[in-house]
Design a protein around this ligand. Structure first.
Ligand code: ADP
Ligand code: ZN
Length: 530
């Protein structure tokens, strides 16, 4: 199936934009990037998700002589991408492991005959000598390296096959290369340039601000119910993505929403390929479908009218959070990024890191990622300013995030922190049994639970000294101390423990300002999931 050839080699970029893609104007940054690559320059492009990266290599591929070779890790999406291009009359095809031998031979022959505008390749393909010979035997207009952050060993998406892409430059020194990513801190940015041998490339950095996305981070009480409230009050009938950490919570959440009258479909790696494909297709094609997914879902999904992205569990890094929330509102219309975050998230993620495989350096890195994410959750300043600062960009308080709209009250939590830490200290000295946050809070508020009585903890001098705060407020105190490293959880039992930094609080050498916990939302009647 070969689409009719378009003769575009004499046209300029704006003509291609109109004639092929049907758009009137370039978006911010696109023209400069396209002109630079058309002229044969190398480029490193940082643009947020939805910014319009694809055109930055598709148009030069059409304008330049030969085939644009696109390296992408998104094998599952190549067929869709190629279909979409063909529908526009672009001669596109792909080579990956999903093709059988005969199909591959056809694609290869089309490429050699110079009848392809774009050829998508999985990164592992390029390592094969046979693929390299194939490319030698044809005419390559440019190399586009999509999702270029996958080359970063420090990032969250590392793919070893990407390291081999540094060889492109040696073997084909005259072919321009354009690397694109939506996620990079200034440090990963430099790393991409070095590892891909793009030292001389021009860097194009678009603003990472997504003004139409409203960022909100809420304390997690009853996450499923909070989510339903959000969907009913603000997003009735809207398409959206709900992210959960585990497969089982994906299933339970999808069932819960369905039981409450919302079209919600699960998506995770444990489902068979057929179900995944069906659910993804329904999400893309039908109106108002909510997909409940692990992070396995979404990379490269192009659905412009996703009105909300909700996280029921804390993402492991700010990069991940930004990328996932970035799937909302690609059409530029108002959208919501909502995250429910609680004490248990901190405990769970710290535990995951402590027990993860890999060396200490790896654990330290993950720990830093988590710390930045926690800082974003606990900030009393504009979320957007904090988010942009993470990516090395400046911003002004936005008026379109929860902290701007309802500035959180802060309070002096120094005494509360001292009470809590000294209780942890007492229990630690007993060494009889492991005690988690719940038990520590019971002691502070003076609750005589069977466990408190069993261990004579109602006789401790700290018993009841925290009755001025509610259990919910105490959970907020524990969470904020954990987030700042003033308290730790032991990975095995979830026991609270002091850190080196705790001492400065106990010795009254530092103040501990805290964010006040908002009131819990009112109860509404909801169906229970089956
Ligand atoms: P990214 O890869 O940066 O996430 P895409 O390349 O998928 O973004 O583009 C996001 C959406 O914006 C797509 O639906 C695309 O067709 C559209 N788009 C890109 N450039 C333009 C433009 N100049 N005018 C209008 N729409 C555009
Ligand atoms: Zn703001």
């Amino acid at each position: 199936m070969t689409a009719p050839a378009l003769d575009l080699h004499d046209s300029d970029a704006s003509q291609v934009l109109r004639r092929v893609f049907g758009y009137d104007e370039f978006r911010e940054g696109q023209r400069e990037i396209i002109e630079h690559v058309v002229a044969g320059g190398d480029a490193l492009v940082l643009m947020p998700t939805g910014g319009g990266k694809s055109l930055c290599y598709q148009i030069p591929a059409l304008v330049r002589r030969g085939t644009g070779v696109v390296i992408s890790p998104l094998i599952a999406l190549m067929q869709d991408q190629v279909d979409a291009l063909r529908a526009l009359g672009v001669r596109a095809d792909f080579l990956n492991s999903s093709l059988d031998y005969d199909q591959q031979r056809v694609v290869e022959a089309t490429f050699r005959a110079g009848e392809l505008d774009l050829l998508y390749l999985a990164p592992e393909r390029l390592r094969l000598e046979s693929t390299q010979k194939l490319l030698d035997g044809g005419d390559v207009a440019l190399f586009a390296i999509d999702e270029a952050h996958c080359v970063s060993q420090w990032g969250h998406d590392f793919r070893p096959d990407y390291l081999a892409l540094s060889a492109l430059h040696e073997r084909w020194p005259d072919v321009p290369r354009i690397a694109l990513t939506a996620t990079a801190t200034p440090a990963t940015h430099e790393e991409i340039a070095t590892r891909l041998r793009l030292e001389d490339a021009r860097h194009f950095v678009a603003s990472f601000d997504r003004p139409n996305i409203q960022y909100r981070i809420a304390p997690k009480n009853e996450p499923k119910r909070q989510l339903l409230e959000l969907l009913r009050t603000e997003h009735a009938g809207d398409a959206g993505i709900v992210y959960c950490l585990s497969r089982s919570s994906v299933e339970k959440t999808a069932e819960f929403l369905t039981a409450n009258g919302i079209t919600a479909l699960p998506y995770h790696a444990g489902l068979d390929a057929g179900t995944r494909a069906t659910n993804q297709a329904r999400f893309l094609r039908e109106d108002g479908v909510v997909i409940v997914a692990t992070i396995a879902f979404g990379m490269g999904i192009d659905k412009p009218d996703v009105r909300f992205v909700a996280h029921l569990d804390l993402p492991k890094s700010v990069e991940g959070y930004y990328q996932e929330t970035g799937r909302a509102g690609r059409d530029g219309l108002a959208s919501t990024a909502w995250l429910a975050y609680g004490l248990q998230d901190v405990v769970q993620l710290r535990k995951l890191i402590d027990t993860s495989e890999g060396d200490d350096a790896h654990r330290r890195r993950q720990s830093r990622h988590l710390d930045s994410m926690l800082a974003l959750c606990e900030t009393v300043e504009c979320r957007r300013v904090q988010l942009l600062a993470y990516f090395g960009q400046e911003g002004k308080p936005c008026g379109n995030c929860d902290t701007c709209l309802t500035p959180p009250e802060s309070w002096d939590g120094t005494i509360a922190a001292q009470k809590l830490l000294s209780t942890v200290y007492r229990l630690d000295r007993e060494r009889r049994q492991r005690f988690g946050a719940g038990h520590v809070i019971d002691i502070l508020v003076g609750k005589k639970t069977p466990k408190v009585i069993q261990f004579d903890h109602d006789g401790l001098t700290v018993f009841g000294v925290g009755a001025d705060l509610s259990a919910n407020e105490w959970r907020g105190v524990v969470r904020q101390l954990l987030a700042r490293g003033l308290l730790a959880v032991e990975p095995n039992h979830g026991t609270l423990a002091l850190t080196e930094a705790s001492a400065s609080v106990l010795r009254r050498e530092r103040e501990v300002p805290m964010r006040r916990e908002p009131e819990r939302v009112s109860k509404t009647k909801l169906a229970k999931a089956a």
